[in-house]
Design a protein around this ligand. Structure first.
Ligand SMILES: Nc1ncnc2c1ncn2[C@@H]1O[C@H](COP(=O)(O)OP(=O)(O)OP(=O)(O)O)[C@@H](O)[C@H]1O
Length: 590
């Protein structure tokens, strides 16, 4: 019903404007769809792509080619759509593989360059495609389905609304939450077990296949396909629509594309000399003064006026309930191996060029041990734990988790073995609420829904304890970037605990916390070690705290392991007093 009402509303302009303008609106809606899909790729999956115009061109040329070289029948149109979307999907998957998976490991930034290169290649293939593509003249004048512009408009408006509906559902679903999390902090996502290269490649490929379908519809409607469709100017135009409309808003880029496409013929006729310059000036002004784009600006303004109106209403205290009403506790211990050593390091070394950050470090940790790794600044503590959480980090040696070597596995695969890592500076998702951060963490690598949003956050006991003990329930609906440093530390700790790791790596988890909060973190850790028989590897500078909660202490100095023993053994060790704390601290150790 809503869809029909939407189409009816969208049909209104065709009653008012003439046939020419209706035709222009059809094209504008098609470009609006391209802008919206590009926004999903760039604004949500964080892939700056120059390939949208090329994918659009692929669809248009497949359709034009099918109609010119075969027949203008529904059957050939259907086959052209299938072939075009398959071609766009496979090309995009290849780009994704090259950028995220291959041994070449094209860096994040260079995916933009790869898409640019692929666009240029496609443009050249079309230009020199001979009779198949019509060369520089393109393909034109082919027979298509006889329909009035108004009918085309109805069909394309329905497509537009369907795409808008599906896209909105997807970005508001659990999957959309993962996309936002990846856009915010991809590294944290990988350390939560999310296969971000796969997620991004899938989104890139599916959205590009959809863009090719839009291109095919464009060819059916206009009966003209020309190399200009895949030119650099066309590629840049798509990005301009997205920037002007506002990345990550879906409707914003679509509206920008529709507005610019419909205004261009009129304004370029009225002001032939100034129109392009005028558009360029608007673009520069928006990039400088509204870098988020027009739509987020409008939404922000609307929100502010709504909030100031809401401010005048009395606060509804019944909403300020404890977080327990928002999350449920789960208890699914992830089956820690019965093998004695849960974490085993064998001759682990880490080099940065010629600099040796860790040298032949070997030790193992058994279930139920809380081992603190201590040492002076620059001793190699963080470098060492990075080697445990990411198979690609160490230069030599091996790491085993519950008897299984981590090999050269990426962090998301090491997480699946039971390793959870908290970073030195809190690594969270700033633009998500505390609740959403915990929800993303609570999926533990399971595939989130593309269509629905889970209303419930299910947290295991350890994470739930941190939420309650460190007051995260009080900031449950606040954006993570707006909470205090201590709360961010607590949030990251709770996120990592939501993974129910068998090996928990904590890099200075209490930095920035008050003494009382430190005590509470210590209690939570001790209870996890006692009740879950978890392994905790803790990097901590506060030696008093270390002494109180550790079952063992490992000391690193200059990348070498210089001591490994119980608290009393290490605290009384001469080498540790000299190398780690210095003579003046001897009293403190005792
Ligand atoms: N990416 C890098 N490139 C080059 N050198 C690095 C890199 N990361 C760390 N290092 C160097 O490796 C050494 C060990 O660093 P690391 O961060 O592991 O020490 P740390 O014991 O954790 O220190 P802190 O207690 O200050 O965090 C330092 O000298 C550091 O400068």
């Amino acid at each position: 019903m809503l869809m029909l009402a939407g189409i009816a509303a969208m049909m209104l302009p065709t009653v008012i404007v003439g046939d020419y303008m209706t035709g222009l609106l059809v094209q504008a809606l098609l470009f609006g769809m391209v802008a919206l899909l590009t926004d999903i790729i760039w604004g949500y999956a964080g892939i700056l792509t120059f390939a949208s115009a090329a994918m659009f061109g692929v669809g248009a040329y497949f359709m034009g080619g099918a109609f010119v070289h075969f027949a203008s029948t529904p059957g050939s149109a259907f086959l052209a759509v299938i072939a075009a979307s398959a071609c766009a999907f496979i090309t995009s998957a290849a780009i994704g593989w090259l950028a995220f998976y291959s041994r070449i490991r094209v860096s994040e930034f260079y995916i933009a360059i790869v898409t640019l290169g692929v666009s240029v290649l496609m443009g050249q293939a079309i230009l020199y495609g001979g009779a198949l593509t019509g060369g520089s003249n393109g393909l034109s004048g082919f027979a298509t389905f006889a329909a009035l512009n108004q009918h085309w408009y109805g069909f394309v408006a329905a497509l537009f609304l369907a795409l808008l509906y599906v896209s909105t559902r997807v970005v508001r679903s659990d999957y959309g939450l993962v996309l936002k999390a990846i856009r915010d902090n991809e590294v944290r996502c990988r350390y939560l077990g999310i296969d971000t290269p796969l997620v991004r490649t899938v989104v890139f490929s599916v959205a590009n296949a959809a863009i090719a379908v839009v291109g095919a519809v464009y060819a059916m409607f206009t009966t003209v396909v020309a190399p200009s469709l895949v030119s650099m100017a066309a590629a840049t135009n798509v990005l301009i629509w997205v920037i002007l409309g506002g990345r990550g808003t879906l409707i914003g880029p679509a509206l920008a594309a529709i507005l610019i496409t419909t205004l261009t013929p009129q304004l370029s006729t009225a002001f032939p000399l100034y129109w392009q310059g005028f558009l360029g000036a608007i673009f520069v002004l928006i990039v400088v003064f509204l870098p988020q784009g027009l739509m987020p600006f409008a939404i922000e303004r609307a929100k502010r006026s709504f909030q100031s109106a809401a401010h005048k209403r009395p606060v509804d205290r019944t909403r300020q309930t404890a977080a327990e009403t928002y999350f449920t506790r789960t208890n699914n211990p992830n089956g820690i191996s019965n093998a004695g050593s849960v974490a085993k390091l064998i001759n682990v070394s880490k080099r940065f060029g010629s600099f040796q950050a860790c040298n032949d470090v070997s030790f193992s940790v058994d279930r139920g041990e809380l081992v603190s790794i201590v040492g002076p600044n620059g001793a190699g503590k963080t470098s060492l734990v990075r080697c445990i959480a990411d198979g690609d980090e160490r230069s030599s040696g091996s790491v085993e988790i519950a008897g299984i070597s981590i090999g050269r596995e990426a962090p998301e695969k090491v997480v699946a073995l039971g390793v959870g890592r908290k970073f030195q500076s809190p690594s969270i998702f700033g633009s998500l609420t505390v609740r959403d951060c915990l929800q993303v963490a609570s999926w533990r690598g399971k595939a989130p829904s593309w269509w629905r949003r889970d209303a419930e956050v299910r947290l295991p006991d350890g994470a739930a304890d941190v939420v309650e003990a460190l007051g995260l329930d009080e900031v449950w609906d606040q954006l993570a970037r707006d909470i205090s440093h201590g709360q961010r530390q607590a949030l990251e700790l709770a996120m990592v605990l939501a993974l129910e790791p068998s090996v928990l790596i904590l890099d200075e988890p209490t930095a920035g916390l008050s003494t009382a909060e430190r005590e509470r973190v210590g209690e939570v850790l001790l209870s996890l070690v006692a009740s879950r028989r978890m392994v905790v590897l803790l990097i901590e500078h506060d030696f008093e705290f270390v002494k109180r909660i550790s079952s063992r202490i490992v000391v690193l100095v200059g990348g070498e392991l210089v001591a490994d023993g119980t608290v009393s053994q290490v605290a009384n060790s001469e080498i540790v007093k000299r190398a780690y704390l210095g003579k003046s601290h001897e009293k403190e150790i005792k």
